[in-house]
Ligand binder design. Structure first.
Ligand code: ADP
Ligand code: MG
Length: 708
């Protein structure tokens, strides 16, 4: 009976009960779990030489014959094998030594043939290898052939020279996996090898087969035990494409479904919008005006809007969203803005309240522990809960009982914290509201196509003209005296200052402690200045009070953790000092810096760091000093940190990605999207039998799991 990927590991020969436990604890329960484990890298162990040609310090694979074996003792006990490869009883010798590996003695005996891999050292005039990787050659002819091989001075791959011998750990390109606690790397490799050997000739790709011309079974072998580097590159590309296709197909499916979905016309007249624009002390930037127009056209059309609004920090996304919300309210519906945190929801609410104070619209705030309303006339039956209004809230708004009725527009201020599944709840909810998603900060192009590929995109690629310049400087903490003098000058001029405490991710309590000691430090430096303290441990009311005091210029300095990163807006603040800047992420630093330069004053971002040129953490600081373009910074962040980390996998909505290659490969993403679109064009309902796996992929239950 041949093996299938879905077979349980339990019941396979050669796996002990203890190993089953270890594997299961690491998440490996089936044959497929093991075989779809991706090698982290490969080690090319193909270089081989006869002993007579070995050089001190080189790392090679060798075929040898065991002439003698036994325990030795110098400063430590070790097991030693005297090995030769030229068939001469008194010929050239290589001494193989194993320290702290007593079990080796049980595996080796005089007369055996071995393939070994390790680093050659000359000790006391003798060629030695310490703790080499090795495998015993079972092939009876191997002894003779290895002698011929050695005599010929061959350096060709051993595996080719000894076709009867299956080399797993030596003499070939060897896969290196991420460690599994409780299991030796070599053992896991052997396990993969053993399972691969027992797989049948043909194995269907689980899910949809993206590349039938390159059979899955063959790709699996190339992935784990490639004979040439070319093979694993080819295999990884195939698997990356498969993974990419899975994502892009879901994206294409959502887009496809949304397009088929009727929506209401959610714009009638634009009186509110005009009133708002007339009351602003500034005009929309050209980019904002274009985005409002794009959104308006979507809302006017009798289909559901699914649009992403991208823009750099401070580009005025919120105002664009408010314009859209006013259009929706005027058409007779409710427009909701969902923010990722309480602070942000309250800030949006306060902002809107200010902007709309002279207008006749109803505005409400709904968060887990606060509800506030503006513009309601008590006792007016019209003001029942389903009258048109602007609603601002946290995701508490998503829960059924709070779900706004007559919702025609949902604006989701993502800050990367909402998953696709949550967004989907809105998109597909009863009345098919128009949906506008805002990103907190620009994200790389490839990620936009993956995370938001089902949305149309509007980009605000311009900052308001009234913004003061932002100067970014990298400073060593030794320069503190001059920095303090500079801050004093800004305070005298009436400006305000943010001080960001060192980044502490493990716990809010420790972050609070760091911020508190930072506060104490600055209280001694500026004893007469009122200083505020903001951290995640404060209650919403306390946070609100701290922010209000800073916004009202009652406190002149605000010491904060990264809580201050998101969306906080105080135009009079011109200095941001960031402690241990190199420990923050690039995008995070850009977000923090976006808190200043929001008024007409020239602003200063001071990055404190001891990281020297070439040290980790330094390059991103240089990027930050070089540019303030958020789109450029997003791409750089992606390049420096690699795809997996940029958004923080848990928060990104990406879920687990095995082959991160595709996340930054536009060609793969385009190809996957094209293939997906072609399938949906040809078979929009996925009725064809070959599309069965795709149907499973987009089944509602699967969708929540795969993507969220
Ligand atoms: P974002 O959400 O994109 O980071 P905001 O919407 O918070 O940016 O806008 C930042 C600040 O800029 C707000 O105080 C807002 O009132 C102001 N603002 C928005 N648009 C303009 C504009 N066209 N001209 C001047 N200031 C603007
Ligand atoms: Mg904002």
């Amino acid at each position: 009976m041949s093996l299938a990927l879905t077979d349980a590991l339990n019941g396979q020969p050669d796996i002990s009960a203890r190993e089953l436990q270890v594997l299961s604890a690491a998440g490996y329960d089936t044959v497929g779990d093991v075989l779809l484990r991706v090698p982290r890298r490969y080690e090319d162990r193909r270089v081989t030489k006869p002993i007579s040609a070995l050089l001190d310090g080189e790392t090679v694979s060798l075929l040898v014959h065991v002439y003698g074996a036994g325990w030795r003792f110098s400063y430590k006990r070790y097991y030693e094998v005297s090995a030769g490869d030229d068939g001469e009883p008194y010929g050239a010798r290589l001494l193989l030594r194993w320290f702290n590996m007593p079990y080796v003695a049980k595996l080796l005996a005089t007369g055996m043939n071995l393939s070994v891999y390790g680093k050659v050292k000359v000790y006391g005039g003798k060629l030695t290898m310490t703790n080499p990787d090795f495998e015993v050659m079972e092939d009876e002819d191997a002894g003779q052939r290895l002698v011929e091989l050695a005599m010929g001075g061959s350096v060709s791959p051993l595996a080719d020279e000894l076709p009867g011998q299956q080399l797993v750990h030596t003499g070939r390109i060897v896969p290196i996996y991420r460690g599994i606690s409780g299991m030796a790397a070599r053992r896991f490799r052997g396990l993969v090898w053993g399972l691969l050997q027992r797989l049948p000739e043909y194995v269907a790709q689980p899910g949809y087969d993206v590349a039938p011309a390159y059979p899955f079974r063959e790709a699996l072998t190339d992935l784990h035990f490639p004979s040439e580097p070319e093979n694993y590159r080819k295999a990884r590309l195939r698997f990356a494409l498969a993974e990419c296709f899975t994502r892009q197909f879901c994206v294409a499916w959502r887009r496809h479904r949304a397009q088929g979905r009727a929506g209401r016309v959610n714009v009638t007249t634009d009186g509110y919008l005009q009133e708002l624009l007339a009351s602003l002390p500034f005009r929309l930037t050209a980019a904002q005006a274009r985005c409002v127009q794009e959104i308006r056209e979507d809302m006017e059309a009798p289909r559901q809007m699914n649009r992403l609004l991208q823009g750099d920090v401070g580009s005025g996304k919120t105002l664009v969203a408010l314009c859209a919300m006013l259009l929706a309210v005027e058409s007779g519906g409710t427009a909701a803005m969902i923010a990722p945190t309480q602070i942000l929801a309250e800030q949006h609410f306060n902002n809107f309240r200010r902007l709309l104070s002279n207008m006749d619209v109803r505005l409400s705030l709904r968060t887990a522990d606060r509800a506030e309303d503006m513009g309601y006339v008590p006792d007016n039956p019209e003001d029942a809960d389903n009258t048109p209004r602007l609603l601002v809230g946290t995701h508490a708004l998503l829960y059924k009982k709070n779900r706004p009725r007559n919702l025609v527009l949902a604006v989701i201020d993502e800050q990367h914290k909402f998953g696709v599944a949550q967004r989907e709840q809105f998109v597909s909810s009863g009345e098919h509201p128009d949906v506008l998603v805002m990103t907190a900060t620009p994200i790389p192009r490839t990620l936009t196509l993956t995370l938001y590929g089902d949305l149309d995109v509007s980009v605000i690629d311009e900052l308001p003209a009234n913004r003061g310049e932002i100067v970014t400087a990298l400073r060593n903490p030794n320069h503190m005296k001059r920095i303090i003098a500079f801050m004093e000058g800004e305070l005298k001029a009436g400006r305000q200052i943010y001080i960001v405490a060192p980044l502490i991710e493990e716990s809010e309590t420790r972050a609070q402690a760091a911020a508190t000691s930072e506060l104490e430090k600055w209280q001694t430096i500026f004893p007469t200045e009122p200083i505020g303290l903001l951290h995640g441990r404060l209650s919403p009311e306390e946070k609100d009070a701290v922010m209000s005091a800073f916004r009202a210029n009652e406190t002149h300095i605000l010491v904060a953790t990264t809580v201050v990163e998101v969306g906080v807006d105080v135009p009079n603040a011109t200095v941001m000092l960031i402690n241990d800047a190199d420990t923050f992420g690039l995008s995070q630093l850009h977000q923090l810096r976006g808190r200043i330069g929001r008024g007409q004053y020239k602003s200063y971002c001071i990055l404190l760091s001891t990281a020297k040129n070439g040290e980790p953490g330094r390059e991103k600081l240089d990027v930050l000093c070089r540019t303030i373009n958020g789109f450029e910074i997003a791409e750089e962040d992606f390049r420096l940190r690699g795809p997996g980390d940029v958004l923080g996998t848990a928060q990104s909505g990406l879920g687990a990605v095995q082959f991160t290659e595709w996340l930054s490969d536009m060609r793969l993403i385009h190809r996957a999207s094209r293939d997906a679109a072609a399938i949906l064009l040809h078979d929009p309902e996925l009725r064809l039998p070959q599309h069965e796996p795709l149907r499973a992929l987009v089944a509602p239950e699967a969708e929540q799991g795969v993507i969220a």
